[in-house]
Design a protein around this ligand. Structure first.
Ligand SMILES: [Zn+2]
Length: 1033
């Protein structure tokens, strides 16, 4: 099926570093420390004396039996997990969910079924409902709604001729609406000019009146018509230049054109709801290798039984192809999205901490993998075979234990590293810089006190808020106060350091005017313990707005500010984080000075990539220095015009920090969002001075890394800090054959410094299956993870390649992946039908959302800074965040059941799902909109806004009024639920139907044709179908 000239592999992934180098040479810390130190011989079996641990009363055993995956011995169902003397990392008293004892995996592998999503015309849908080739029998289908729906329409003779790509067929009967699984699809015509008056079947929404002046300038009539007109009704709406590689392919004389019913194509909402119905609220045990976890949108309780929780690691597929040829054939990216510090809900067990004292963690001599459930003990327990490199190692004497009758160590359930997927080790001095224990981290607050920030009250707001948030500095669970020290700097075109030593009556200011070569004017008294210096610090925070009240300085520096913070941490020999509050383009004469280069003429040219690159190399080398010294940086940006986010945002991105951006900050509207972000960021769980290493079993290796990290070599992912919201996406490639029996094993190890200043190793292990059957690979795919990978790889490529090329690669690879499935895993008859694997049936709609994102679309209406900002955000997103970002949640509010605390069922992101009588809430993780139809029920408007009618609603608010009635209370509760656990505080925008701000809202109706280009879901699906047909023919 491969065709000459077809770009099967994204060229940008070939340019990644790391290809062709051996992964098996790196390690953390002292190269010599991994071997058993000869002088450490201890009496065999005397574990209590030789394996010091953090002493606690025995932790409650996780209830329920324990099972190993297929790669290990099958556990007898009565052995509980026991970790006496071990302390869960995040809590001294972990709470346990009510586990359901079971000797079976909680879920049968849900996608290893024969279900497919079958999209074809109704003319032949009768004949093909499922394809069994190479797949498990349907009897293994998961419980719940059937994933294969039988098509109930009347039989018709097959008419292959009308199934040519681009041809037009009759719409399916209404009985197929919203059916899960099989979705017979009538293909829309390339030219949608046949039945302009026929509305989609489910249309409740009356399109707004013809666009008038309210739309504003800048939108051509065609775009207006496309967005405001009835769906799919306008002439020549298909493929508006978005996919030049998708030309019209009319087969012969076009039959009478018909309209496509959007309900007949796979619905993300349906997929999400089905997964919730079958797997939500249950216990998900990680005891089975290659098991596909519930979707990120499904709530469940994860029980670690030998593989890392999906909260820590998610994969694009849980079954790797055995050979690289197979991988090339399918073109499915093999990747893991790793969020090593993910937040764990209170009803799941926090990580256990293992302390082997001066012996340190036990590691394989050859590949340096850490002791884990994938190590196989042999020879009576004296040796073990590494699951990653197969090396046979001696068990260090202090670690010896006898084996039971099935070859398992007697202490199997007492040691987390033998029976769990995730745990931590206390690191020895070998793992520390200069072999010295690290100092606790420090936070340095750096405030831009230039004229505009003083004048608009921002400086005062920040200073006031710091008094509150400093009380909430993160601390170790068992500690009374935070070990984190704090320091303060203000700046405009010069820097002001403050001495806030506790014995001072009032703070002292030292000005550094030489911004060309910043030095730290004081060490003693700059970084202090907040509790000890509280009164001096409060004095300072009160004074700062006064000190600069009369300043007229407009110019700022930026790179010297970062430099100053990093030098201060370096001098104090501690890792830490800079909190920078900044507003303008740094134009003052200094390193890192920037000029306004926001040249819209570069859009849609080969030079557009320049806009995403930093305009000077200063920030790149600063980022490198920062990472080398464990200095992370988070920036709160308050721009009122272009500030060059691509340059200013580089250091936060590469140092594991965060960039928050508040455009045209208005005190009365935006304060709450900013303050929520600041509080949340300071209180986050975070690790400092981190190095991540991903080891794999033989036959494949990690080659591509995307995330907030710096790579000095091909294997060590260096991160100045990593917090609970940051994920690193890791791509894998084959370097040999994989074995179906041993599977594909991954171990992610993160060496880091805790907020209390302890050096630790956090280990996550995950076993995947391998298969020589393509169908197994497709059945084990996870669409949300695939989109995360594609988004990051594409957004990285934006720095080097024209957008058009990147979009073409994405479309081509989508078609290629699905064509390979069609050719190899389904019935060969009716080749022109579009058939999608069940696990990927909403892959096309998500891919189209990615293609329409403003990063991949050049339009002068979208600011360059906003595009650079979104690009950077996505690069560190985990799977749940990227899912919501690309496919927003749209909830009908007018149908709320006031007695229920459940969220209402979401609807698809399309204009056709709105109604004039409705009120809808939309959220994507960054923005939240409350959309009000012109005929919204007055009692709801009264209830939510406390005004009598639609016309009385003031849209100039970012918080809903607290009205004391059930409508208001429930809506605000829903908004709180949506906001929970999200990395960014979402700004609320009130949108009235047919008013100007609706244009912004419409960008998020991602199934419709894009406001700034990009196809509708329906058009894109047809485009992909045509490309698949081309590949197959
Ligand atoms: Zn090994």
């Amino acid at each position: 099926m491969s065709q000459q000239g077809y770009v099967a592999t994204p060229p940008y992934s070939q340019s990644q570093s790391g290809i062709g180098l051996s992964p098996l040479h790196g390690h953390y810390g002292d190269p010599s420390h991994a071997a058993s130190p000869p002088g450490m011989m201890k009496p065999v079996g005397n574990l209590g004396a030789t394996a010091p641990v953090v002493m606690m009363s025995p932790s409650p055993p996780p209830p329920g039996p324990h099972q190993l995956g297929q790669n290990g011995a099958q556990a007898s169902g009565h052995s509980p997990q026991r970790f006496p003397g071990l302390l869960p990392v995040n809590s001294a008293a972990p709470s346990y969910a009510q586990y359901q004892p079971s000797t079976q995996p909680s879920y049968p592998s849900p996608v290893s079924t024969s279900s497919v999503t079958h999209l074809g015309s109704q003319l032949s849908a009768m004949h093909i409902n499922s394809y069994g080739s190479g797949m498990a029998p349907p009897s293994q289908a998961p419980p719940g709604p059937p994933s294969v729906a039988s098509f109930q329409g009347p039989p018709r003779p097959p008419q292959p001729s009308v199934l040519q790509p681009g041809s037009q067929v009759l719409p399916p009967p209404p009985t197929t609406l919203n059916g899960p699984g099989v979705s017979p699809l009538s293909l829309p015509a390339h030219r949608q000019d046949g039945l302009p008056g026929l509305p989609p079947l489910n249309t409740q929404y009356q399109p707004p009146p013809p666009p008038g002046p309210v739309l504003g300038a800048g939108y051509s009539p065609q775009q207006q018509a496309a967005n405001y007109g009835p769906q799919m009704a306008g002439a020549q709406l298909s493929y508006p230049g978005s996919f030049p590689e998708c030309p019209a392919q009319m087969a012969g004389t076009p039959p009478p054109p018909k309209k496509l019913d959007p309900d007949s194509i796979p619905s993300p909402i349906q997929v999400i709801e089905n997964d919730r119905a079958t797997r939500g609220g249950q216990v998900y045990s990680t005891n089975t290798r290659g098991q596909v976890p519930p979707l990120v949108t499904t709530d469940c309780v994860v029980q670690d039984q030998g593989n890392a929780s999906p909260r820590y690691i998610r994969c694009t597929t849980y079954c790797f192809p055995c050979t690289s040829d197979m991988a090339k054939q399918a073109q499915i990216p093999l990747a893991a999205i790793i969020k090593p510090f993910a937040t764990i809900p209170s009803n799941e067990t926090p990580l256990y901490l293992v302390n082997h004292g001066e012996n340190g963690p036990v590691r394989c001599n050859r590949c340096k993998a850490y002791m884990c459930p994938f190590m196989q003990f042999i020879e009576g327990g004296r040796r073990y075979q590494c699951g990653f490199c197969n090396c046979v190692n001696d068990v260090p004497p202090f670690y010896f234990q006898h084996l039971d009758h099935i070859g398992r160590r007697l202490d199997h359930y007492e040691k987390p590293e033998l029976s769990l997927g995730s745990y931590e080790f206390v690191a020895t001095l070998d793992y520390c810089r200069k072999n010295k224990p690290p100092n606790p981290p420090a936070f340095i607050f750096m405030i831009d006190v230039s004229y505009s920030n003083i004048k608009n009250g921002l400086v005062k707001l920040i200073c006031e808020e710091l008094k509150t948030v400093l009380e909430k500095l993160p601390k170790e669970e068992q500690e009374e106060t935070s070990a984190i020290r704090v320091g303060f700097i203000t700046y405009n075109k010069v820097l002001h350091f403050f001495n806030v030593k506790s014995n001072l009556a009032r703070p002292q200011m030292m000005v550094v005017t030489d911004v060309g070569e910043v030095f730290v004017p004081l060490l003693d008294g700059f970084l202090v313990n907040y509790q000890e210096s509280q009164s001096v610090i409060h004095n300072l925070l009160d004074q700062i707005p006064e000190i600069f009240a009369d300043s007229n300085e407009n110019e700022t520096v930026f790179a010297p500010v970062i430099q100053a913070g990093m030098e201060a941490l370096k001098a104090a020999e501690c890792p830490g984080k800079l909190y920078i509050f900044h507003s303008s383009l740094p134009t003052a004469e200094a390193p890192g000075k920037l000029k306004n280069r926001n040249d819209k003429k570069l859009l849609n040219t080969d030079k557009e990539k320049i806009l995403f690159q930093p305009q000077t190399s200063v920030y790149d080398s600063l980022a490198k220095d920062c990472v080398a010294h464990g200095c992370s940086m988070t920036v709160f940006l308050f721009p009122s015009q272009y500030v060059d986010v691509a340059s200013l945002g580089l250091v936060p991105q590469l140092t594991g920090g965060t960039l928050y951006k508040y455009n045209n900050f208005q005190m009365h509207l935006d304060s709450q969002q900013f303050l929520n972000d600041l509080r949340n960021d300071i209180e986050k769980k975070i690790g400092f001075d981190a190095i991540m290493r991903v080891r794999t079993s033989t036959g494949f290796r990690a080659t591509d890394f995307f995330g907030g990290a710096f790579m000095n070599n091909t294997t060590d992912v260096e991160m100045a800090a990593i917090d609970c919201d940051k994920a690193v996406t890791v791509g894998f490639k084959h370097d040999d054959k994989l074995n179906e029996d041993s599977g594909a094993l991954i171990q992610c190890a993160v060496l880091y410094t805790t907020i209390g200043g302890q050096r630790r190793l956090r280990i996550h292990n995950l076993g995947l299956n391998c298969s020589s059957q393509l169908a197994d690979l497709y059945n084990s795919c996870e669409t949300d993870a695939l989109i995360n990978f594609f988004a990051k790889s594409a957004f990285k490529a934006v720095l080097h390649q024209p957008l058009k090329v990147i979009r073409e690669i994405l479309v081509n690879q989508t078609a290629h992946m699905l064509a390979c499935y069609r050719k190899n895993c389904t019935n060969p008859s009716a080749v022109n039908q579009l058939i999608l694997p069940d696990s990927m049936k909403i892959f096309p709609v998500y891919m189209n959302c990615l293609l329409k994102n403003c990063v991949l679309r050049s339009r002068p209406e979208i600011s360059t800074d906003e595009r650079a900002y979104q690009r950077q955000l996505v690069m560190t997103m985990g799977v749940a965040d990227s899912q919501l970002f690309f496919y927003p949640q749209l909830l009908p509010i007018h149908t709320l059941d006031l007695k229920s605390t459940m969220l209402p069922a979401a609807v698809r992101c399309s204009e056709s799902r709105l109604s004039e009588e409705g009120i809808f809430l939309l959220a994507n993780g960054l923005n939240m909109f409350l959309w009000l139809g012109v005929s919204s029920p007055p009692e709801l408007i009264q209830g939510i806004f406390n005004v009598p009618s639609f016309a009385h609603i003031n849209t100039d608010m970012t918080l809903l009024p607290e009205v004391g009635n059930p409508h208001s209370q429930q809506l605000r509760m829903i908004m709180n639920i949506i906001q929970q656990k999200k990395p960014y505080s979402m700004k609320l925008t009130i949108v009235k139907q047919r008013e100007q701000p609706e244009m912004v809202f419409r960008q998020f109706l991602v199934e419709d044709k894009g406001l700034y280009g990009g196809s509708s879901y329906v058009d894109f699906l047809c485009c992909v179908h045509r490309k698949i047909s081309q590949l197959l023919n």
